[in-house]
Design a protein around this ligand. Structure first.
Ligand code: SF4
Ligand code: SF4
Length: 684
């Protein structure tokens, strides 16, 4: 394969020169059928730093054992962490250690590099303003607004990609995708006031897709799905002036306010943060979830398996990682293609084994029951099994270092989004109009790579844990007999004290999975139902909490409910964008009881969050009236005014607030106390 030299990459442009690179082989292996897409090697294949490897491999065995125990509670991850340290293969935990101690100004949020009059830091007692005059409150709030806008943009742009696919399906510009849930499409069309009578699913897809794309601009000046919230919650937003006007508009408004010389009042800046986050939760993310259901199927309850043990020694193993199901749905189709299965057999494998990681994995798990390898901090470890032929990534939460890890093995990192090309990866420009052909080319590349695997380096630890997944709101309602009334009755009767949405990531500041699993166990013990998404749900799944027999760990009342309904005490509701399902659940409960969301006995928690997207999620939970406990302190401690506004002041505005509690046992106590207070408020 011809490499693209950096100067050519810049002067000619990667995407306009794809045709110039006639790639027929990787390392001498023939890759492509003629009609299929062709990859470009982004820059060059990377190699790990030999110095790092040498240094780490000198660690003494006692230290390796200690680090292994400190880094994770995932038993299947431990042997791979150990092996990586012994072989000097760098992982996220090593890089985290190398970054200690952190810059205390950045950690407190009081450094600013927005303009070239700076960079500036606030160093009391004398240096209390940046060159422009911004004080700690302004610098901290601007940094936070930047973070919220970034997270909101990421979710909402993902939503746009899904909506665009719906539009392409409706207008006949792609035939690779269909309408898997036409009933849901009709319901959404009705919400938008679109006449459905006599219209085909494809006609509706075009009209609904177009109406949804309009939500991103500013002409309409409101978002349709805000109407799903209880009336009193919507009135609260209007009164406060935080009802979002358009998804892109709110992100642009944030970026304008953080330009030097615009936003100067930290309260005004943080209110815009709430408005922008609402455009994510009730806008971009909600459309992403609902349209994914329309295109790929609304999840139903099903079983699957999880952990690093889902890799198969005698199969071609392919992992999909990232967030966008538009790509991964096509990969599901491609791995079942008889021609590629036959090719895998010809190459000495028994078949093709597709597995998921992070939120792309959750999307496939919820809808198709595709097994999961793990969550965010498992991503490098999947490669270190030595049994992975290819990791196919789209965007978000993908370590840029993956090609370095892969270079220690035969694994190919295959990037697929023009927004997220990764040096050292093989890039396919994936677009829905040629989705299946591209997916086939990618899978072919992985299959051909099987023969490069070194069997002596394969280490697949443990056996998979079973799980139950697919708890969309529709699936929960069906399980309850067609409405949420039985759930409301159980809450009113005190059999379920309340519900908590546990969401978010892994973060090396917290022992991997410890925060999620400990909090979930503590809450179910208190008869509080957990609904989980993203890497939180995956942590609970690996710990066995997504199985009905985990009810044995719950309090007596919740256990009896779970046993009667044959459900786990922790319900998997999907990926990070699917936190919108939790908003819809809260809205449906509020509407049924005719109360605003903030009066419900519910809460949110993000014990191991790391991402800007998680800040946006936390902000839209709180702005919607959901008390939310974070396990990791955001970078705001440099402004007591900002801390006080978020933890106390917001109660007077949106009737909810943030709390920060790193100890998950104490976090469970805070949440239980909050839920009991809300129950008293409702008189139940
Ligand atoms: S915006 Fe103000 S505080 Fe920030 S770098 Fe520029 S001068 Fe410094
Ligand atoms: S939960 Fe966090 S780490 Fe996991 S996929 Fe979502 S944003 Fe990424």
């Amino acid at each position: 394969m011809r490499k693209v030299p950096p100067e050519e990459y810049l002067t000619k442009g990667l995407y306009t020169t794809l045709g110039d690179y006639q790639i027929s082989s990787v390392d001498g292996v023939n890759l492509m059928a003629e009609e299929e897409s062709k990859p470009v090697l982004v820059r060059e294949r990377l190699d790990v730093c030999e110095l790092d490897r040498a240094r780490m491999s000198l660690l003494n065995p006692a230290l390796i054992a200690q680090k292994m125990a400190e880094r994770t509670i995932d038993e299947n991850a431990k042997p791979l962490i150990e092996m990586a340290m012994k072989e000097g293969i760098e992982t996220v935990w090593d890089r985290f250690e190398m970054q200690q101690p952190p810059c205390k100004y950045c950690e407190a949020g009081i450094s600013c590099s927005r303009c070239t009059m700076g960079p500036c830091r606030i160093i009391p007692p004398h240096r209390i303003r940046g060159v422009c005059g911004a004080d700690a409150d302004l610098i901290v709030s601007r940094n936070l607004l930047d973070t919220i806008a970034t997270g909101s943009a990421a979710h909402s742009d993902h939503g746009r990609d899904i909506v665009e696919t719906l539009y392409l399906v409706g207008t006949g510009k792609t035939t690779d995708y269909g309408i898997a849930d036409p009933d849901k499409l009709r319901l959404i069309a009705k919400e938008y006031g679109i006449e459905t009578a006599g219209k085909s699913a494809h006609e509706l897809a075009a009209t609904v897709g177009s109406a949804m794309l309009e939500e991103y601009g500013m002409v309409k000046n409101t978002l349709q799905f805000l109407n799903r919230a209880p009336k009193a919650t919507r009135e609260m937003w209007d009164k406060l002036g935080i009802s979002p006007r358009g998804i892109d508009r709110e992100v642009v408004d944030c970026m304008h306010r953080i330009q030097m010389g615009v936003g100067a009042d930290y309260v005004n800046i943080l209110l815009q943060g709430l408005r922008c986050s609402l455009s994510d939760g009730w806008g971009g993310s909600m459309m992403g979830t609902d349209v994914s259901d329309v295109l790929f199927g609304t999840p139903t309850i099903k079983s699957s398996r999880i952990n690093l043990g889902v890799l198969r020694e005698d199969h071609v193993n392919i992992a999909v990682h990232g967030h966008n199901p538009v790509l991964s749905e096509m990969v599901v189709k491609a791995v079942a293609d008889p021609e590629l299965v036959a090719l895998a057999r010809k190459n000495g494998a028994k078949g093709i084994n597709l597995v998921g990681l992070c939120c792309t994995g959750s999307e496939l798990l919820m809808r198709k029951g595709v097994p999961m390898t793990g969550n965010h901090l498992n991503q490098e470890l999947v490669i270190t099994t030595g049994a992975l032929e290819a990791m196919i990534v789209d965007y978000q939460c993908i370590f840029p270092s993956l090609p370095r890890t892969a270079s220690c093995f035969h694994t190919l990192i295959i990037s697929t989004s023009a927004k997220a090309t990764i040096p050292g990866s093989y890039f396919f420009d994936f677009t829905p109009d040629k989705g299946f052909l591209t997916a086939k080319a990618i899978v072919r590349m992985a299959v051909e790579n099987f023969k490069n695997r070194n069997p002596k380096r394969v280490l697949i630890p443990g056996t998979p844990v079973p799980l139950m997944t697919g708890f969309s709101n529709e699936a929960i309602k069906n399980a309850l007999g067609g409405s949420f009334k039985p759930l409301i009755d159980l809450i009113a009767a005190g059999k379920i004290r309340g519900a908590v949405g546990i969401v978010g990531c892994n973060n090396p500041h917290v022992k991997h999975d410890y925060g999620h699993v400990t909090l979930s166990k503590a809450l179910i013990k208190k008869n509080i139902l957990c609904v989980e998404t993203g890497c939180a749900a995956i942590a609970s799944a690996k710990a066995g909490l997504l199985m009905p027999d985990a009810a044995a760990l719950a309090g007596d009342d919740l256990r009896a409910v779970c046993e009667a309904l044959k459900i786990p005490p922790v319900l998997h509701m999907g990926s990070c964008v699917d936190n919108s399902r939790i908003l819809v659940l809260a809205a449906e409960l509020g509407n049924a009881l005719n109360v605003p969301i903030h009066k419900l006995p519910i809460a949110g928690a993000a014990p191991e969050w790391y991402s800007q997207k998680a800040v946006s999620i936390g902000a839209y939970f709180v702005a919607s009236g959901v008390y939310t406990v974070l396990g990791v302190m955001p970078h705001i401690s440099g402004s007591s005014a900002v801390v006080s506004l978020l933890t106390e002041g917001l109660k007077g505005a949106v009737n909810a607030n943030f709390a920060v509690e790193p100890d998950p046992v104490k976090a469970a106590d805070l949440i239980a106390a909050h839920i009991e207070k809300k129950r008293t408020g409702l008189g139940i």
